[in-house]
Design a protein around this ligand. Structure first.
Ligand code: HEC
Length: 134
């Protein structure tokens, strides 16, 4: 077999692997920034900030968890089988953000909006629990 070809193939595989690990980290930090902004919006009582952060988090989460195959390739080595868990928890993120945005303008439903913040946070942590065995 042509050694140069093998080496070229190997470096492509290695580049692809490190690129995907880096991508997930970047995506996760983006989700975390959105979640921090969301929480700040609630703590400071700024509805517009909540709306913007919830919209951004929905967009970034849907983009990352677009399909089981897509996320499977981004999960750490040996954790690929958790793609189904990833999709389920990402639906929880979506659902809670949808509820939050739906009730946000109605002050009588304040508690529902606030509970959905915990629902989102819980979904993030649940997926991490499974991935990290913590
Ligand atoms: C697939 C399920 C899954 C979901 C859902 C998920 N994460 Fe993660 N997250 C991971 C994995 C996998 C890692 C990388 C491995 C690790 O850190 O143990 C990670 C890592 C992180 C990190 C650390 C990145 C680093 O530099 O090490 C942060 C911050 C983070 N996630 C935030 C969030 C937030 C915020 C949410 C919810 C909006 C969320 N994640 C939802 C799977 C998930």
């Amino acid at each position: 077999m042509n050694m140069k070809l093998v080496l070229a193939g190997l470096s492509i595989v290695m580049a692809a692997t490190s690129a995907s690990a880096y991508d997930l980290k970047g995506n996760m930090h983006q989700l975390n920034d959105d979640l921090m902004n969301l929480q700040s919006g609630f703590i400071m009582g700024k509805k517009e900030m909540v709306k913007e952060a919830a919209t951004n988090l929905t967009k970034h989460s849907q983009d990352l968890f677009r399909s089981e195959t897509y996320i499977k390739n981004k999960l750490p080595k040996g954790k690929e089988h958790l793609a189904t868990v990833a999709m389920n928890t990402s639906h929880q993120i979506d659902e809670n953000l949808k509820i939050m945005l739906d009730v946000l303008d109605d002050n009588t439903k304040r508690l529902i909006a606030q509970r959905s913040l915990f629902g989102v946070t819980q979904a993030c942590i649940q997926c991490h629990n499974v991935v990290r065995d913590w």
